[in-house]
Design a protein around this ligand. Sequence first.
Ligand SMILES: C[S@@+](CC[C@H](N)C(=O)[O-])C[C@H]1O[C@@H](n2cnc3c(N)ncnc32)[C@H](O)[C@@H]1O
Length: 303
Amino acid sequence: MYELRLLCPEADVDVICEALDALDALSVSVEDADAHTEAEQPLFGEPGMPAPREGWQRSLLVALFAQEEPAREAARLLQLQDFFGGSTIVGVQNVPEQDWVRLTQSQFAPVDITQEFWIVPSWHEPPAEAKQVIRLDPGLAFGTGTHPTTRMCLRWIARNGQPGDAGKLGTVLDYGCGSGILAIGAAKFGATQIDAVDIDPAAVESTRINADSNHVTLNAGLPDLVDPANGRYQTVLANILATPLKVLAPLLVAHVAAGGHLVLAGILERQADELKQAYAPYIALEVADSEDGWILMTGRKPA
Ligand SMILES: C[S@@+](CC[C@H](N)C(=O)[O-])C[C@H]1O[C@@H](n2cnc3c(N)ncnc32)[C@H](O)[C@@H]1O
């Protein structure tokens, strides 16, 4: 493989990407040309909001080609175009062969939730001390066990459930299931019956696949899987984000059975009070755990 690298101003990124596509580039990536310097421009928005700008003042475009000659020809043709006036070719270089699968896998090691409860990718042997294991590979849906919000939910499950003991967690609803990691964790800690729902069909599919490979039985589907009038669970888990959690407050609380637990994550420390207020008409929330600026909030319905 060969890559053609070029610098271009924000306004010309789209037209040059389209031209590279027409010139048979296999892929084009766009990066901040000033990354890791004083002039770096971090671009991010609040969750759910658009980024403040769509691109960087100076972008580095990297176009991948299967052969060297088409990469050099693309560079030559681009320099003849009017729209290329503000841009410059950096060069064409060989991309050394790598074992990309191994490289990707090396970034995902087993993750400990408690001393005995681990999330382990399929290409790793579980550590000797792991008594409860979720086998999970990174995929399309959120939830590999490395994010603090997922870890706190799993820790709550491990503290409040018991392997083989169906009594404690009881029936479980995982609302916003992503990879299905919380639902699978609940199954490992004695949940009796589990429904896992997500608005993203890829997450639903991912949950089904991950449940199968962990030999866990659950129902996964879009949110309408759950009967809004009669679906009541002893444990309702929702790791989403503060804003949707506030909107979903009446719905989530309605799904908690009398005496049941509501467990919420995806909340930043500074959002604790607004969540408490949003849920106050239905249930009293408390901060039950925290990690890296994120908190876990839980509440219990009177029996
Ligand atoms: C942060 S991920 C959590 C995934 C997993 N439960 C975990 O703890 O790692 C949030 C998930 O909620 C889903 N989601 C967001 N808004 C939702 C909504 N209104 N109803 C159902 N699912 C939602 C997203 O598609 C995403 O898969």
